[in-house]
Structure formats: structure tokens, C-alpha cells
Ligand binder design. Structure first.
Ligand code: ADP
Ligand code: MG
Length: 352
């Protein structure tokens, strides 16, 4: 032992390799929910219901009415590096339209939980199901289920106690799941998204395509009614800016919270945490906000994909702009125009 005898180098067994790799995709219940909801969106679902128990550690269930998975494809769906979304790297070069493409989520989840996938493709007479327990896939069996796909994840990290120990309290893990489901519900007002926690409904959006009704379902009437519409179209106005469009809703300065959490920004429909964008929104209020208070905002920034590098952050919460200052000032101008129009800003805010 010690410095006298060097440690022996050994090849890790397959199971250990699989669990280490899985840990990189599946960090906590919220990351499972993110992957499953993205799969449902990629499947073209109009309705997605998320249900969790005990912070997601006992169970996570995501049900959708998307295209479904044909019976003979179920083993592929949970296999390593198997995806229906790209064929090769050339498909990546042109930009991927789907949220997923790595083909690793279901496989990784199955390695660290008891995973059941049940699916009935639209128009198919019966459904089929498959269970994976700690990486061991069972047989595909016929099951009765509605059209679409239901993925159930039970006993997350039952075979990786170190991971399980690392989780926060049930309340914190539940809140993280809530944040993720909220982000997708706001980004997709055309999809009816619901969240149930320990058998109690937290929210359910109508999926009518109206952002304000999604905000109403999630944040309540008091917040939703006072929200001001932001709508800036650079292509129409012939502005010289890298931004195509900025649209969404922001609150009156009086409707605020002590955390930035309710200031949600999206770049090309992806939720991002980019301080430049948040700061642009804050400075648009021109000192009308009390110190350390943050407005509610659901703001979509659209710009050509060439003008954004979406690969900065492995979980894609960050993006980098080609011209960050120009983006920032376009966003600030869009928000302050909306506030001005509602008589909230008296003098015009400085423009960049
Ligand atoms: P990826 O999303 O990167 O392709 P996943 O492991 O998340 O990888 O899913 C593997 C495959 O399983 C997907 O490519 C898709 O064909 C199928 N799949 C997963 N979830 C769903 C779903 N909810 N509806 C339809 N197909 C799904
Ligand atoms: Mg996926």
C-alpha cells in the first residue's frame, strides 16, 4: 500500500461503465423528467401529463399522445446510442429540429431505475410494453394502453446508492421537477401540459396556443392578468439587428418576486439561463423595480441559428451569441417599448 506499491489498473466491468455513463445524463429526478418531456414533444404530442411521487424517487410517470413506438422498436428505444432522430453526423451539420438526438436518455434511465415503456402507435390495435431493471431489459409484452407513450420510472437510483444519497430533500427535488415542467409548458403553449405531485394536481395548461392562458394556469390570475405583451418584429421593421423577433409577456413592475426564477427567457424556443438576456429585461424597467426584486417574464428571442452557438453548455441551458451586445439591446428595446406603451415608463429608456 501507499507509495511503495502502485495501484493495479483494471478494466471496469460493463455494468459499472454503464452506471457511470448513466450518471452523466441522469443526475436527479428533474433530469429524468426533462428527457421524457423532450421525447414526448419530439413525438409530436398535443398532451403531456407528468406525475411524480416522493420527489420523483418513488416514481415518475410521463404520458403523451404522440406518435408512439412500434412494438418491434421498443428494444431499440431503450438500447444504447439508438435514436430515430438522426442517422449520422451529417444530419447534425444542418441543425437538428428535434430536442433529442443522442439516443442515450432511455438507456441511461433504464440503467439506474426500474423503467417501463408502454406504447401504442396511433392507429395500432394493441400496445406493447417493456421493462428494464437496472440495465436488464425484459421481453416485449402486449399491454392495454391508450394511444401514445407512457414512460414510468420507479425507484430511481435503487442500484446506485451514492447517487441517491446525493439528492436533496423531497421538497427541493419536487421544486426542480416543477421548474422543468413549467419551462416546457411555457415554451409550448400549444401543448396541454400537466403536473401532478403525490396525486395532487399542481397545474394543467389548456394547450390552446395562447401564452397568457398557460401563464394563468401556472402562475394564477393575479400574475397573468397584469402581464404586458412584448412584440417586436425586426424583419417587419427593417431594423439592423441580429434578432428576428422578441415576443412574450412581462409583468408590471409591481408584480415581482425576490428570485430570478420567474424571469424565463427562451432562445429559439429553448429555455436558457443567459445573464445578458435577464439583464436586458431588468434594465428595460429603468429603475422601476424595487432593489433585489425581479419581474415575471416569459420572453422568446428568435434569431437565425447561425447567430447562436447552442453547444456551450452540456445541458444546453446556456447559449452564446455572435453579437451579444446587439442582442441585449434589441431585447431591452423590445421590453421597454412594451412598458412605455402601457404607460409604465414615463421617459424613454436609453437605447443601445
Ligand atoms: P433520443 O431522444 O436522443 O433519440 P432517447 O433515448 O430519449 O433518445 O429515445 C430513444 C428513441 O425512443 C427515440 O429516438 C424515439 O424514437 C423513441 N422514443 C422515446 N420516447 C418516445 C416517446 N415518448 N414517443 C415516441 N417515441 C419515443
Ligand atoms: Mg430523448
Amino acid at each position: 500500500t501507499g507509495a511503495d506499491s502502485p495501484p493495479t489498473i483494471r478494466q471496469l466491468d460493463d455494468r459499472t461503465v454503464q452506471q457511470i455513463a448513466a450518471g452523466e445524463v441522469v443526475e436527479r429526478p428533474a433530469s429524468v423528467v426533462k428527457e421524457l418531456v423532450e421525447n414526448s414533444l419530439d413525438a409530436g404530442a398535443d398532451r403531456i401529463s407528468v406525475s411524480i411521487r416522493a420527489g420523483g424517487t418513488e416514481s415518475i410517470r410521463v404520458r403523451d399522445d404522440g406518435v408512439g413506438i412500434p412494438r418491434d422498436q421498443l428494444p431499440e428505444a431503450v438500447a444504447e446510442h439508438a435514436t430515430s432522430k438522426i442517422g449520422d453526423v451529417d444530419d447534425l451539420a444542418g441543425g437538428v429540429a428535434t430536442l433529442g438526438f443522442r439516443g442515450e436518455a432511455l438507456h441511461a434511465i433504464g440503467a439506474v431505475s426500474r423503467l417501463t415503456v408502454r406504447s401504442r402507435p396511433r392507429g395500432a390495435e394493441v400496445g406493447a410494453g417493456l421493462t428494464v431493471e437496472g440495465g436488464d431489459a425484459g421481453e416485449v409484452t402486449p399491454v392495454g394502453c391508450p394511444e401514445g407513450t407512457t414512460v414510468e420510472v420507479r425507484d430511481l437510483f435503487f442500484n446506485t446508492p451514492a447517487r441517491k444519497k446525493f439528492l436533496a430533500t423531497e421538497t427541493t427535488e419536487t421544486d426542480r421537477v416543477g421548474t422543468v415542467v413549467t419551462q416546457y409548458a411555457l415554451a409550448n403553449p400549444g401543448v396541454a401540459v400537466s403536473l401532478e405531485v403525490d396525486d395532487r394536481e399542481r397545474f394543467a395548461t389548456p394547450g390552446d396556443g395562447n401564452l397568457r392562458s398557460a401563464v394563468l394556469s401556472i402562475y394564477g390570475r393575479e400574475v397573468a392578468e397584469g402581464m404586458i405583451e412584448v412584440s417586436f418584429d425586426a424583419t417587419a421593421a427593417d431594423h439592423d439587428t441580429p434578432v428576428d423577433r422578441v415576443h412574450g409577456l412581462v409583468s408590471e413592475p409591481e408584480v415581482n418576486r425576490a428570485t430570478r426564477e420567474y424571469l424565463a427567457t427562451f432562445v429559439n424556443d429553448r429555455y436558457v439561463t443567459v445573464s445578458d438576456l435577464r439583464n436586458a429585461v431588468l434594465s428595460a424597467y429603468g429603475g422601476q423595480l424595487a432593489p433585489e426584486r425581479y419581474p415575471f417574464a416569459v420572453l422568446f428571442v428568435e434569431l437565425p441559428t447561425e447567430a447562436v452557438d447552442a453547444n456551450v453548455h452540456p445541458r444546453k441551458l446556456e447559449v452564446r451569441f455572435d453579437q451579444p451586445e446587439a442582442v441585449q439591446s434589441a431585447v431591452e428595446a423590445a421590453v421597454s417599448d412594451a412598458l412605455l406603451e402601457h404607460g409604465i415608463l414615463r421617459s424613454s429608456a436609453p437605447r443601445g
